[in-house]
Design a protein around this ligand. Structure first.
Ligand SMILES: *[C@@H]1O[C@H](CO)[C@@H](O)[C@H](O)[C@H]1NC(C)=O
Length: 327
């Protein structure tokens, strides 16, 4: 580097220090927000079947109201929809089209009172958004039905447990043969029935051979059940941290789940079966809970992934899961 370059860049630093530009108020935990990119790709089942890219490479818009948001996400044109700031609206789930990425710009993005539904679509990414207190009459916080390749990452979904268990519906419900879905780095908390994969014992004809879902690096906290409840499909759960979840992974109706290197604190039933579900469980720390499901056959999955030892999961997940990214 030439002397003149050093001199001019030093002068620029001095100038910047002397005349700071006013900054906008940052959210409280902005210091912890990690830079992320719309071209990031998922680990797990959403990486299969051609991969999940959402709207990366398409048009981009930034919205900050309910009306702008619903208008922006509905088409199947390839698009990235950034959301800026919180939106509150008591409303039915907003329909999300194919080839769409919905991206919260930072930790201030909270949807209160309404959720999202991905139905009959493919290739959808939902990242860095909190969704809170969606009344049962308005549906789940996030629902995926008859859709393939959906990546849900760094979301924060919750309600409360002050009401009856049916006051709110599910937080993350994947039904009607949803397939190639990954839920990662998310904070799922303060709710009765968290995540349902396969909604009915009598829906096997539609669901069998589908419902391939990965749950990785999520924090499940203060839940009664469904962490998740998994019927018919194929599930891979690794490096999730369960804190005070009474009934954790429920494998049902022939489902095969691979449960690796998760940690359960203050749990009653960590992994259990009803109606003939199966599990292979290795490297977990069940704490006071246990695995009582019959041994399954799912020992490998068709993608590569890096798993942490159970002893490293708390430090990696708590504080990172949820809306902690910045775009
Ligand atoms: C999504 O994008 C892909 C690739 O550009 C395209 O082939 C497909 O038709 C799109 N899906 C819909 C439902 O428009």
């Amino acid at each position: 580097m030439k002397f003149s370059t050093v001199l001019s860049s030093s002068l620029m630093v001095v100038a910047a220090l002397a005349a700071p530009t006013p900054t906008v108020q940052e959210p409280v935990n902005a210091a912890f927000e990690k830079r992320a990119s719309v071209t990031d790709t998922p680990v797990g089942y959403a990486s299969q079947n051609g991969g999940t890219t959402g709207g990366a490479g398409g048009t981009t818009t930034t919205v900050s109201s309910f009306a702008e948001f619903t208008a922006a996400v509905s088409s199947s044109d390839k698009k990235v929809v950034y959301v800026s700031g919180p939106i509150t609206q008591a409303a039915k789930q907003v329909k999300v089209g194919s080839n769409t990425s919905i991206i919260g710009k930072d930790s201030s993005v909270v949807f209160t009172g309404f959720g999202l539904i991905v139905k009959g679509m493919s290739n959808v990414v939902i990242r860095n958004i909190a969704i809170a207190k969606v009344l049962a009459a308005n549906g789940d916080a996030i629902g995926v039905q008859k859709s393939t390749n959906v990546w849900i990452d760094h979301v924060d979904v919750s309600s409360d447990r002050d009401h009856d268990k049916d006051f709110y519906d599910g937080l993350l419900d994947l039904t009607h043969a949803a397939d190639f879905v990954t839920i990662s780095n998310s904070f799922v908390h303060d709710h009765w029935k968290a995540s349902l994969v396969g909604h009915s014992d009598s829906n096997g004809a539609e669901d069998k051979g589908h419902l391939r879902v990965t749950y990785a690096n999520n924090l499940f906290e203060n839940l009664n059940s469904r962490g998740p409840s998994f019927r018919f499909g194929t599930g891979h759960m690794f490096n999730n941290y369960y804190n005070s979840v009474s009934d954790g992974i429920n494998t049902r109706q022939g489902a095969q789940v691979l449960v690796e290197n998760n940690v359960f604190v203050d749990s009653k039933k960590s992994v259990y079966s009803t109606d003939g579900g199966f599990a292979v469980a290795t490297g977990n720390d069940f704490g006071s809970g246990s695995n009582t499901a019959p041994a399954g056959t799912l020992k490998t999955v068709p993608y590569s992934y890096t798993k942490l030892d159970a002893s490293a999961v708390k430090a990696a997940v708590v504080g990172t899961a949820g809306v902690t990214l910045k775009f």
